[in-house]
Design a protein. Structure first.
Length: 128
């Protein structure tokens, strides 16, 4: 089965570069990039998405809404969120963690560590 990754961020240059960097480490992965959450959600709901990597702050549908919609659609799809925000105990991130968000990475991040996290989340999904 193909490993299909969705990367969602309104910073198109970041998405393009991240796809290149991840594919250098995991050329066998099929990576689809989206600049808005709604288009990503449409792809996710067509099935076969293995993992979603999304930014939190986006104009049309933020990462939290995308997270909750993905989990409503298929709770087994791992979602990793990226953010440039520092930790704020009153941030919506706290509520999202209560609702089941387990993985947040802070920009800038090490792509090798990100891919290791993605590998772990994909393995956990397969074990379910």
């Amino acid at each position: 089965m193909t490993t299909l990754i969705c990367i969602v961020d309104d910073e198109e240059e970041l998405v393009k570069n991240l796809k290149i960097e991840i594919q250098e480490l995991r050329p066998e992965w099929e990576i689809h990039t989206f600049s808005d959450g709604l288009k990503a959600l449409q792809k996710i709901m067509h099935g076969q998405v293995s993992l979603v990597l999304t930014d939190i702050a986006m104009p049309d549908m933020d990462g939290y809404e995308l997270f909750w919609r993905v989990k409503d659609y298929d709770a087994k799809i791992p979602v990793i969120m990226m953010t440039g925000f520092g930790y704020d105990p009153n941030h919506v991130l706290v509520r999202a963690k209560v609702d089941g968000l387990k993985d947040v990475i802070f920009k800038p991040f090490d792509v090798e560590k990100l891919v290791a996290l993605m590998d772990r989340k994909l393995s956990e999904r397969e074990a379910q």
